[in-house]
Design a protein around this ligand. Structure first.
Ligand code: G6P
Length: 371
C-alpha cells in the first residue's frame, strides 16, 4: 500500500531515498576512537590473522558489491582478494583451505547458490564470513562469523540500498582487518574511516539533485541499448548500472572495463549510442583520470553520446562529455558509493517513463532459493 511506501511512488523510490541511512546505519556502533572495531568480530581474530587470501562469493548485485570490496580490502589489508559468482565457484573444484577466508555477500542470506558455495567452503576447511542483511538467515547461521548490513528490509526485487550497505560492510571489514593485521598506520586508517563516515551526506546531496537524471531518463526512454564504462572501482559500478537497466527497464545494457574498449566493445559504438562513463577523480586518480578522458574522446569521435558521472568541478570532463552528472568529492575508493546513486535513479526513472512496474520486474524473484 501507499502507506508502506511512506508516500513514495514505489518501494524502489523509497529504498533509493534510504541509501544514506543504509550506509550510516551499517557504520553505526562499529567505530571506536576513529578506528573500525566490529563488535561481532571480537574474539574472532584467529579467523582472520592466519589467512593468506580471501575469496568473496555472491550473485547478482551482491557480486558487484563484492567486486568493489576486493579493491579496498586488498589495498588496506594487503592480502590477495578475489571475487567469484557463487554458482561458478562451487562447480569448478576451487583450491581453498584453512588459510582461505570465504566471504559471502547476500541481502537475503537465502540465495541457494551462495548457500551451497558457503557449505562447500566450510567442508573444504575454509573460514567463512557472511555479509548479510537479514537477521538469522540461513547463510548467516551457517557461517563462522557474520557482519550484518543494516539497510533495513528491502522490498523491491532489484537491490539498491542493500548494495551500498554491502559495500559499506565490506569496507568496514577491510578497515577492521587492516587494524588487526597492522598493515596500515592508525592515522591512515582513521582518514579512511572519516571518508566512509562522510558518505551518507554526500549521497543525500546527490539525491537532492536528481531532477537532471530523471530528465535524462525521460529523454532516453526509447534507447535500444545503453553501454556503461568504468575503470578500477568504477568498473563494477558500470556493471551494476547495466544490470539495473536490464532488470528494471528491459533495455539491453552492458558494462565494460574502460581499458577493454579497444579489445571489442568499441565496435559497438555508432552515432547516437548512449554510453555512461564513470570518471575517476582527477585528484585521487592522477593516472587513470586522463586515460578515461581519452576514452571518452575516442568514443565521441565515433559518435557516442557520452553521459559522464564525474567529480564536481572536474574541468577536463566538461568539454568532452555530452552530459555531466556531478558527484561530490571523495577519495578514490569511496567514489563507487556515490557514482552508483545516479545509476540507480536513472534505471528507476527510465523504467517509470516506460510505464513499467519498478518493484516487480518480469521474470525476476527477490531471492532465488532454487538452483
Ligand atoms: C536476485 C535479486 C537481486 C540480488 C540477487 C542476490 O537475483 O533480484 O537483486 O542481487 O538475487 O540476492 P542476495 O539476497 O543473495 O543478495
Amino acid at each position: 500500500s501507499a502507506a508502506d511506501k511512506g508516500g513514495w511512488s514505489s518501494f524502489m523510490a523509497k529504498e533509493i531515498s534510504e541509501e544514506p541511512d543504509a550506509v550510516a546505519n551499517t557504520i553505526r556502533g562499529r567505530v571506536e576512537g576513529g578506528q573500525v572495531v566490529i563488535p561481532e568480530l571480537a574474539g574472532l581474530d584467529e579467523l582472520f590473522v592466519d589467512i593468506n587470501r580471501i575469496v568473496i562469493i555472491a550473485c547478482g548485485t551482491a557480486a558487484y558489491a563484492g567486486t568493489v570490496g576486493t579493491y579496498a580490502i586488498e589495498r588496506w589489508a594487503g592480502i590477495p582478494v578475489t571475487v567469484e559468482l557463487s554458482h561458478e565457484f562451487r562447480y569448478r573444484d576451487p583450491v581453498i583451505d584453512a588459510r582461505t577466508l570465504v566471504i559471502s555477500v547476500s541481502q537475503s542470506g537465502e540465495t541457494m547458490d551462495t548457500l551451497m558455495a558457503v557449505r562447500f567452503a566450510s567442508e573444504s576447511g575454509a573460514k567463512t564470513l557472511s555479509i548479510c542483511n537479514t537477521q538469522g538467515a540461513t547463510i548467516a547461521r551457517e557461517s563462522d562469523a557474520v557482519v550484518y548490513t543494516h539497510a533495513g528490509p528491502e522490498v523491491a526485487v532489484a537491490s539498491t540500498k542493500a548494495f551500498t550497505a554491502q559495500i559499506t560492510a565490506l569496507y568496514l571489514f577491510g578497515l577492521h582487518l587492516a587494524r588487526v593485521r597492522g598493515t596500515q598506520t592508525p592515522e591512515f586508517l582513521a582518514s579512511q574511516v572519516e571518508e566512509l563516515q562522510a558518505v551518507p551526506d554526500k549521497i543525500a546531496s546527490i539525491l537532492g539533485a536528481s531532477e537532471k537524471i530523471a530528465q535524462l531518463a525521460h529523454w532516453m526512454a526509447d534507447s535500444r541499448a545503453v553501454l556503461f564504462l568504468g575503470r578500477h572501482v568504477g568498473y563494477p559500478i558500470a556493471l551494476e548500472g547495466a544490470l539495473k537497466l536490464k532488470e528494471l527497464a528491459y533495455i539491453h545494457a552492458e558494462g565494460f572495463a574502460g581499458g577493454e574498449l579497444k579489445h571489442g566493445p568499441i565496435a559497438l559504438i555508432e552515432p547516437g549510442q548512449p554510453v555512461f562513463v564513470v570518471v575517476p577523480s582527477p585528484r585521487g586518480s592522477a593516472i587513470l583520470h586522463p586515460k578515461v578522458i581519452s576514452t571518452i574522446e575516442e568514443i565521441r569521435a565515433r559518435g557516442a553520446r557520452v553521459i559522464a558521472i564525474a567529480e564536481q568541478g572536474d574541468a577536463a570532463v566538461l568539454p568532452s562529455a555530452d552530459e555531466v552528472i556531478p558527484i561530490p568529492l571523495a577519495g578514490p575508493l569511496f567514489e563507487p558509493l556515490l557514482a552508483v546513486i545516479p545509476l540507480h535513479i536513472f534505471a528507476m526513472e527510465l523504467a517509470t517513463a516506460k510505464g513499467l512496474d519498478v518493484d516487480q520486474p518480469r521474470n525476476l524473484a527477490k531471492s532465488v532459493t532454487v538452483e
